[in-house]
Ligand binder design. Structure first.
Ligand code: SF4
Length: 446
């Protein structure tokens, strides 16, 4: 047996439903390599699953908790009595944590806090943070699956169904594990990040004993406690996006919004079944910048959508001028098997689509270049993605908080010695030069 296995004592009281809860917790404990022991003395910690149905059951549960505290001292309480106000804490203030019934995840979180699961590379099939395809210093954090919208160019809802949000405590537990494993940047992803929790009516879950709503703002608040970069992707422009801008201004999450606007012509947005109008969008962008002047707004657009006239396209170019977005991508519309947009009239000829994409990118390149140029002389935190050393010298390849991996620009920094830096380090850089998409800089404290 693994020498470092922790021993858990378990007391199960109550009805068959409580027994099922106990079985779930015990199964999870074994799956994570904890050992279940039959005595208080041999246990590193005791879980008491309680009943609170009638007075006699309450007394029996409180007595059982008292006994476990006397005999062992480290006690986590779960079950129906835990949901009855603060009777447990008042009677036994020394318990480590209290949850309600059906709370396997919360019980496991409490156990992890007091007795972290030991990773044994010879027994465990996966490392504690799971298997990841990204470099060690950043990770994607998926918060939901599916989508409730029906954008006509998209087949995701037919492939993956309507929105299903992951419980917020599960998301936070994963984030905590990733942060403990050395991840410095979390990229929050979904099909529609701002819709997080709509499907579960923003249900309140418990994480580390604290109530947290399954909702974007509350999730961002909770993620900020891990002290690592939190970057939001695929945020749909709902009004409540306004709530997270102050969190950005306070530095709790990165002041970066990846928000796919797709178009600016009301007629095309309607044909796409995107509800947002460009006037509202421009006003929102202005408000966001008032609250958080450093915000970086990234977006993607589609040129050549069926029915797009030269006039519609010109509106899109005007929008770019007004919105002054920081990072932008543009794709030529193309049919996707099964998408409603395929049936729309007014298909745009291929060469016109390509010509519009080129005009779009030329317009935006000028805006992006000027926005990047404004960084010259400014100091930014950067995260190091790679270190390249050859006979010419050593260069750090890094990203500022305004740049997401793979889709945005890079910062190149020449340094004298590669041994002073590691991939994943966050350091301060003064920008010395810029081009259309990338920046060059020097370490600001050398
Ligand atoms: S484009 Fe995005 S918001 Fe629209 S249906 Fe597809 S996944 Fe949902």
């Amino acid at each position: 047996m693994n020498q470092t296995t922790h021993n858990i004592g378990f007391v199960s009281l109550g009805c068959p439903k409580a027994t099922v809860d106990s079985e779930h917790i015990l199964t999870q404990l074994r799956a994570e390599g904890y050992n279940i022991v039959p005595s208080y003395e041999g246990a590193d910690l005791v879980v008491v699953n309680t009943c609170g149905f009638i007075d006699a059951a309450v007394k029996e549960s409180l007595d059982a908790i008292g006994e476990a505290l006397n005999e062992n001292g480290k006690v986590i309480v779960t079950g129906c009595l835990g949901a009855k106000g603060d009777i447990v804490e008042q009677t036994h203030p020394d318990v480590l944590a209290v949850t309600g019934p059906h709370a396997t995840d919360e019980v496991m979180q409490a156990i992890h806090r007091h007795l972290p699961a030991q990773h044994d590379p010879f027994i465990d099939l996966v490392p504690p943070q799971g298997i990841r395809l990204t470099p060690k210093h950043y990770a994607y954090l998926k918060i939901s699956e599916g989508c409730n919208h029906r954008c006509t160019f998209c087949i995701i809802p037919s492939l993956r169904g309507d929105l299903v949000s992951r419980p917020v405590n599960e998301v936070l537990t994963e984030a905590e594990r990733l942060a403990s494993a050395g991840v410095k940047e979390l990229l929050v992803v979904s099909q529609d990040t701002s819709a997080y929790g709509v499907d579960v009516k923003y249900k309140t879950e418990f994480y580390n004993g604290m109530p947290v709503k399954t909702r974007m703002t509350e999730l961002c608040q909770a993620l900020s406690q891990f002290g690592i970069w939190i970057r939001l992707h695929y945020v749909y422009p709902y009004p409540h996006v306004n709530e997270i801008i102050p969190l950005m201004a306070e530095g709790k999450i990165l002041s970066y919004l990846d928000i796919p606007f797709q178009h600016a012509s009301p007629k095309i947005l309607k044909a796409m079944k995107r509800p947002a109008s460009s006037e509202n969008t421009l006003q929102r962008i202005r408000q966001w910048r008032e609250v958080c002047p450093d915000i970086t707004i990234r977006s993607t657009f589609i040129a050549g959508f069926p029915g797009e006239t030269e006039d519609d396209f010109e509106r899109l170019l005007d929008f770019l001028d007004e919105a002054q977005l920081d990072r932008v991508g543009c794709f030529a519309y193309s049919d996707v098997d099964g998408a409603k947009a395929n049936e729309l009239e007014g298909a745009v000829p291929e060469e016109v689509k390509q010509e519009r994409v080129t005009r779009f990118m030329e317009k935006q390149a000028g805006i992006s270049a000027e926005k990047l140029r404004q960084n010259i002389g400014k100091t930014h935190d950067v995260i190091i993605d790679d270190i390249v050393a050859d006979e010419v010298g050593t260069q750090l390849i890094a990203r500022t908080t305004s740049d997401a991996p793979d889709i945005d620009g890079l910062a190149y920094i020449d340094v004298p010695d590669k041994n002073d830096y590691s991939v994943g380090d966050i350091t301060q850089v003064t920008i010395t030069d810029t081009d259309e998409y990338d920046m060059h800089g020097k370490i600001s404290n050398t």
